[in-house]
Write a protein that binds this ligand. Structure first.
Ligand SMILES: [Zn+2]
Length: 145
């Protein structure tokens, strides 16, 4: 697939070519295009483990969860609501660098080894409880959930 990014009315193919769209492009067309937009570094299939049971849910957004120390992205999480990230339900992890479903023990950064989250349960479902201050996360508005 071709990587491309939509900036306003400009469609930029990565790498190299840049195609300028007609300034009067209608919103519907832009929205239609957004479904196909892949921002480099945020596209699917970049991490080791995919969650085959992942489904799109309403009122959720994608979060890139990374190590607070070495900054390595560790997981893409489908987050509901506006609050801070307290835990990651394994069923809501879209993809990750670690096989969370079969991980024994706590979640550590695969790159620097920092302990990031503790394995546990939430409403009887497998979850990883974030250790305060050990992770960074950012919203990925262009990630195709
Ligand atoms: Zn790290």
């Amino acid at each position: 697939m071709i990587n491309m990014v939509l900036f306003g009315t400009k469609l930029i193919f990565v790498p190299g070519t840049e195609v300028e769209f007609a300034a009067n492009i209608c919103d519907d067309a832009v929205n239609m295009l957004r479904k196909f937009i892949i921002v480099p570094g945020t596209k699917k299939d970049t991490m080791q483990y995919k969650n085959p049971h992942h489904k799109k849910r309403k009122n959720t957004h994608a979060l890139e969860v990374s190590c607070g120390k070495c900054k390595m992205p560790v997981a893409i999480y489908q987050k509901a609501g506006k609050g801070n990230l307290i835990k990651m339900l394994v069923s809501r992890v879209v993809e990750a660098e670690v096989d969370l479903e079969n991980l024994e023990g706590h979640l550590s950064c695969p790159q620097c080894g920092l302990e990031l989250a503790r394995k546990g349960k939430h409403e009887n479902k497998l979850a990883f409880w974030i250790i305060r201050g050990k992770i960074n996360y950012k919203r990925l508005d262009n990630y195709p959930l």
